[in-house]
Ligand binder design. Structure first.
Ligand code: FPP
Length: 243
């Protein structure tokens, strides 16, 4: 049976540079408690604050979160409106603290698809935090991996990138994550085992960690256990093990 390492014992833990999280299970967390789904999303936001703090504490340099997918528009209108309200409120209430903490916000996805006032808040947050370097927080919002790839191809065609010069490095430079290393570890909460159109190019060699907890219950200790599991993985990138 795997032993659980005690908290804060970061010795012998290899901390990944880039962690990406599919924050799943807000709705089921709420349902389990007889609450509306929106209460689950609010609890999800509170938990995000805990996880950001833990990332800073553990020395993770890049955190990418899947906040709203291109497919999420298909949810009932009231839930979509509720989520937009939450994102807007988070930017109003949390931005200064994130900035003081040294968090640099990036957006992954299509900003054009969201309402003008939220767009303006996002752009303002990106500008305010652009020089921070303690933690890069990529927020995938109105994001889909396939849409990102199509967007990259379309930009490359517009730039007349020649088929003979095209390589993985050039292609990566057209993705929303350009300039950043690929995720080392992808965590999905709530026990689901799907990738769900998240970072489908960038996560080619990421280690996948399914966490059983619903997102609002995936806190500092659960993140630490994910790092313990990551440290035990033998990353081969298609090569042979050193042993
Ligand atoms: C999945 O739960 C979560 C989402 C649809 C994203 C919402 C994320 C948050 C509210 C966290 C905060 C993020 C930001 C950027 C403020 P689900 O509704 O799919 O859960 P279910 O599968 O149990 O129904």
């Amino acid at each position: 049976m795997a032993t659980r390492k005690s908290l804060l014992d970061l010795t012998n833990i290899s901390v990944p540079t880039h962690v990406a999280i599919i924050m799943d299970g807000n709705g089921r967390w709420a349902k389990q408690r007889g609450l509306p789904r929106q209460a689950g999303h609010r609890a999800g936001v509170e938990n995000l604050r805990r996880v950001i703090d833990a990332c800073v504490e553990f020395g993770i340099k890049i955190l990418t979160i899947y906040a709203f997918s291109t497919e999420n528009w298909g949810r009932p209108e009231s839930e979509v409106r509720g989520l937009m309200r939450i994102f807007s409120r988070v930017l109003d209430q949390e931005l200064n603290e994130l900035h003081e903490q040294g968090v640099c916000l990036h957006h992954l996805g299509d900003l054009g698809g969201i309402n003008a006032s939220l767009q303006e808040k996002v752009l303002n947050a990106l500008e305010l935090t652009k020089d921070n370097d303690r933690l890069i927080l990529n927020v995938a919002f109105n994001y889909g991996g396939r849409a990102e790839i199509l967007h990259a191809v379309s930009e490359m065609l517009a730039d007349n990138v020649s088929p003979t010069e095209l390589n993985e490095q050039i292609f990566s430079s057209y993705l929303f994550t350009h300039g950043l290393p690929d995720p080392d570890l992808v965590i999905r909460t709530s026990g689901e085992l799907r990738v769900s159109n998240f970072l489908i190019w960038q996560a080619a060699y990421a280690e996948f960690y399914p966490a059983p907890e619903y997102w609002p219950d995936f806190g500092r200790e659960e993140l630490f256990q994910a790092l313990v599991a990551f440290s035990g993985r033998d990353r081969r990138f298609g090569l042979l093990s050193e042993d």
